[in-house]
Design a protein around this ligand. Structure first.
Ligand SMILES: NC(=O)c1ccc[n+]([C@@H]2O[C@H](COP(=O)([O-])OP(=O)(O)OC[C@H]3O[C@@H](n4cnc5c(N)ncnc54)[C@H](OP(=O)(O)O)[C@@H]3O)[C@@H](O)[C@H]2O)c1
Length: 328
């Protein structure tokens, strides 16, 4: 009999890759899916799709029934123009519902997907798992609360628990990073500031291997792991690699940070009375000002995590996919 596992978020980017890899590894994969989603891709893979909604606890018992390991990947993350409360309803309330349903169904292990965003702006890069929580927005705050809830729940209940925090996930299928690819591809990219901040990503297929190690390794229980790529680079180097991956000229133009920052402040104050979203705001500049570099040595040491795809190669694979899809 194949071991049953549940993947939440399997209709999304990371969860889709994870479900596919688990099928390849011989698991019976169940996927929780909201109603009215296209499940044909999952069904073709042989995934058993269970309709449910994390915010409705009574819809979750069929999903966790006879399941050995739950991989909880689903979250509200990319959604724009939805009430902030939805982030907390799904990322905190939904996690609680799934944890409770899992304990009731005697699930053995629960692997919870958090994010390095719970550590927000990094003071001394690279940050390891012990760096303090420092969420910078409501999404990150909801992920802090979801992670803390899961860690507390693991201590107080009969279930093996593991938390992993991915570093920015990219690869074919993702559209979040498309914007930066497009800017560089079109020649419109301008570096704001000196470009010396650090930038770190995770290729989705490497990440999925790490997630499965969190589900399989006995040593993982009770731990929190940062899962990222092998390399982090300066933003200047990153933009150069991106241009090379798309075979376009490397952008050379710089804009000083402070005038853009002042313009952002003015935009924020001008738009506030009219309750409209400013076209430029300070948080938007964080791409150019905040270090994102993380230490993945704990996952390497304890899990045997071994990301294989170099950044240069991953960017090329992703750029080629965007081209094939007509997105670039
Ligand atoms: N992408 C990144 O760079 C990044 C970085 C760090 C951490 N993470 C974390 O990694 C995880 C996956 O990210 P992703 O980029 O793959 O996300 P994604 O593509 O947006 O997928 C999110 C999934 O969650 C599902 N979902 C949302 N609300 C739900 C609900 N109420 N009930 C059941 N399912 C629900 C979505 O279902 P529908 O398809 O039906 O909408 C979708 O399948 C998330 O936990 C995210 O916080 C992502």
């Amino acid at each position: 009999m194949k071991k049953k596992v549940l993947v939440t978020g399997a209709t999304g980017f990371t969860g889709g890759y994870l479900a596919e890899e688990l099928v390849k590894k011989g698991y019976h994969v169940k996927a929780l899916s909201l109603p009215n989603q296209d499940k044909s891709r999952l069904e073709k893979l042989g995934v058993e799709v269970i309709i449910g909604d994390l915010t409705k606890k009574d819809t979750l018992s069929a999903a966790v029934e006879q399941v050995d390991t739950v991989y909880h990947i689903a979250a509200i993350f990319r959604e724009q123009d939805v009430p902030h409360q939805l982030f907390f309803d799904v990322n905190v309330g939904g996690t609680k519902n799934l944890l409770e349903a899992s304990v009731d169904a005697k699930v053995r292990r629960f692997v919870h997907c958090s994010t390095v965003g719970v550590q927000g702006e990094i003071k001394n890069p690279p940050a390891d798992e012990a760096a303090p929580y420092n969420p910078g927005d409501y999404y990150q705050q909801s992920k802090v609360e979801g992670e803390q809830l899961a860690l507390k729940f693991f201590k107080e209940n009969e279930i093996e628990g593991v938390v992993f925090r991915p570093v920015g996930i990219y690869g074919p299928g993702d559209t979040r990073f498309l914007k930066i690819f497009k800017f560089v591809h079109s020649g419109k990219f301008r570096m704001i500031g000196n470009g010396n901040v650090l930038y770190h990503l995770t290729f989705v297929k490497d990440l999925v291997e790490g997630i499965i190690l969190c589900g399989e390794k006995p040593e993982a229980v009770g731990e929190v792991f940062t899962l990222g790529g092998n390399e982090y680079v300066t933003l200047t180097e990153f933009i150069k690699l991106l241009a090379e991956a798309m075979n376009v000229p490397v952008p050379k133009k710089h804009v000083p940070l402070w005038p853009v920052w002042v313009a952002a402040v003015i935009c924020e104050y001008a738009c506030y009375p009219f309750r409209i979203k400013p076209p430029l705001y300070r948080r938007r500049l964080e791409f150019f000002t905040n270090d994102r570099a993380f230490d993945i040595s704990k996952a390497k040491r304890i899990l045997g995590y071994n990301p294989k795809v170099p950044l240069k190669e991953g960017l090329k694979i992703t750029a080629d996919w965007y081209r094939e899809q007509g997105m670039l």
